[in-house]
Design a protein around this ligand. Structure first.
Ligand code: PEP
Ligand code: MG
Length: 443
């Protein structure tokens, strides 16, 4: 969930940042954003970027009020202008009138009061009115995210995006550096489980120091596990670092962008080789090692039965799953918002995953941006999912929604929507929540 901010100075890329700056740019990669001084930055407005583009995911994780798709703004805004940025509604006011600025100031005040409500829920488990417990983990990827573990009340790090460390490095990180970083993450997590996703680069996540041939369709190209299996030295170094960091603790390794079973088998072979190497040097082993896969390539949905025998857990990446199911580039503003995850095809796809996972007692987590929006999270619980992982700031609003929800009732409602082939599922869910006074932020 984004913060609402107002009364900010604006600066465009290339300007020197001042206190309370909003960064306005046509487009920007995640690594570029991480170059800016976090101390001064409070907002990010981009002309070209959808809600699930990586740069916006990272910006929100950093707590910035983030708006994408602000077409033409760069030509209209001047450095030093006052801006009001509403990351929640996606609205940007340039040079707001006193009246608008006052409304925003009030919103900020309301929001900080609301934050106090969420804060009070921090230690409380997310249990629905009828006793269904939902585990709310957080997504992270940099050590600066770790303090959010305490603050947000997350019960796990459900997705640790290891590529972010690679993206902010000037060269390929070395084994020792990776090991130290993963050890810090595990140390900070304490008894909370951590799921490390192996390097998911490619698409819009580029490593500037690695030579990459130009690709016509980078989202469908040589990325994530495809790259890892073709360049096993990098993957093995990462696995070695993970093994070394997690001696005496549990290790959960998550494989990104798996499209076919053989990719899991090959990845496991490489992991096993690293385990053998680790044992040869009599290093302390992790207490247990679990290997899971992301489900973000639709082809995997039709391989779920054989998949169940080959992984220990699954994690659904709704950002890429939506991108590939609807054939919409998630970072292209002209199409990124064209299709709704709260729709028959998408919810049916998720329902199919949940059904087979449930049959096999397979732990399944949802870690895409969908889980971080309370209305969508309500639908996910309606589909039977009980583990969600999201940006830390979303945990309060999602938990707040869950405390007012009846899981059994929403399950029946969602089953009925799907059974009746209802086309406007979003509207039906909004009405459902309103009629039952379920507090949903952002609708
Ligand atoms: C996803 O695709 O939903 C996901 C969680 O991974 P990423 O956003 O890093 O691609
Ligand atoms: Mg993904």
């Amino acid at each position: 969930m984004q913060r609402i901010l107002a009364g900010l100075d604006v600066t465009s890329v290339g300007e020197e940042l001042k206190q309370n700056s909003v960064l306005v740019a046509r487009t920007m990669g995640p690594a570029e954003l991480l170059d800016y001084d976090r101390e001064y930055l409070v907002g990010l407005v981009l002309e070209d970027a959808g809600v699930s583009a990586h740069v916006t995911i990272i910006a929100r994780a950093l707590g910035l009020a983030t708006v994408g798709g602000a077409t033409g703004i760069i030509d209209k805004v001047q450095p030093g202008d006052l801006m009001a940025v509403n990351g929640l509604s996606g609205k940007v006011h340039m040079r707001p009138s006193d009246k608008i600025a006052d409304i925003y100031r009030q919103k900020i005040k309301d929001q900080s009061e609301q934050s106090a409500v969420y804060e009070a829920l921090r230690e409380r488990p997310a249990i629905t009115r009828d006793g269904f417990e939902v585990s709310l983990g957080m997504n992270a990827g940099l050590e600066i995210d770790l303090p959010h573990l305490q603050r947000s009340g997350a019960t796990s790090i459900g997705l640790y995006r290891t590529e972010l460390h690679f993206m902010i490095s000037e060269r390929l990180p070395r084994l020792k550096e990776l090991q130290a970083s993963y050890a810090n993450v595990l140390e900070a997590a304490g008894s909370r489980p951590v799921t490390f996703r192996t390097l998911d680069i490619g698409g819009d996540k580029i490593l500037p120091y690695l030579r990459h041939a130009h690709e016509e369709n980078p989202a469908l190209g040589w990325r994530a596990i495809r790259f890892a299996l073709d360049r096993p030295a990098i993957f093995r170094t990462q696995v070695r670092a993970l093994l070394q960091a997690s001696g005496g603790r549990n290790l959960n390794i998550l494989l990104p962008m798996i499209a076919d079973i053989w990719e899991i088998e090959q990845s496991r072979e490489l992991i096993n080789r690293e385990i053998a190497h680790h044992q040869k040097f009599k290093r302390q082993m992790p207490t247990q090692i679990k290997v899971g896969t992301m489900i973000e390539v639709p082809a995997l949905i039709w391989q779920l039965e054989p998949l169940m025998k080959r992984v220990d857990f699954i994690s659904v990446g709704t950002n890429d799953l939506l991108q590939f199911l609807f054939a919409v580039d998630r970072s292209n503003m002209n199409v990124a918002h064209r299709f709704d995850p709260l729709s028959l095809p998408f919810l049916n796809a998720l329902a199919g995953i949940q059904k087979i996972a449930n049959k096999h007692n397979m732990p399944v987590n949802i870690c895409g941006e969908m889980a971080s929006r309370p209305l969508e999270a309500m639908a996910l619980v309606g589909l039977g999912f009980s583990s969600l992982s999201m940006a830390p700031m979303a945990i309060g609003p999602v938990k707040h929604m869950l405390l007012g929800l009846d899981a059994n009732d929403i399950r029946h409602f969602v089953a009925q929507l799907l059974g009746d082939n209802v086309l406007n599922i979003r509207t039906a869910l909004v009405r459902y929540a309103q009629q039952r006074h379920i507090d949903i932020v952002g609708i």
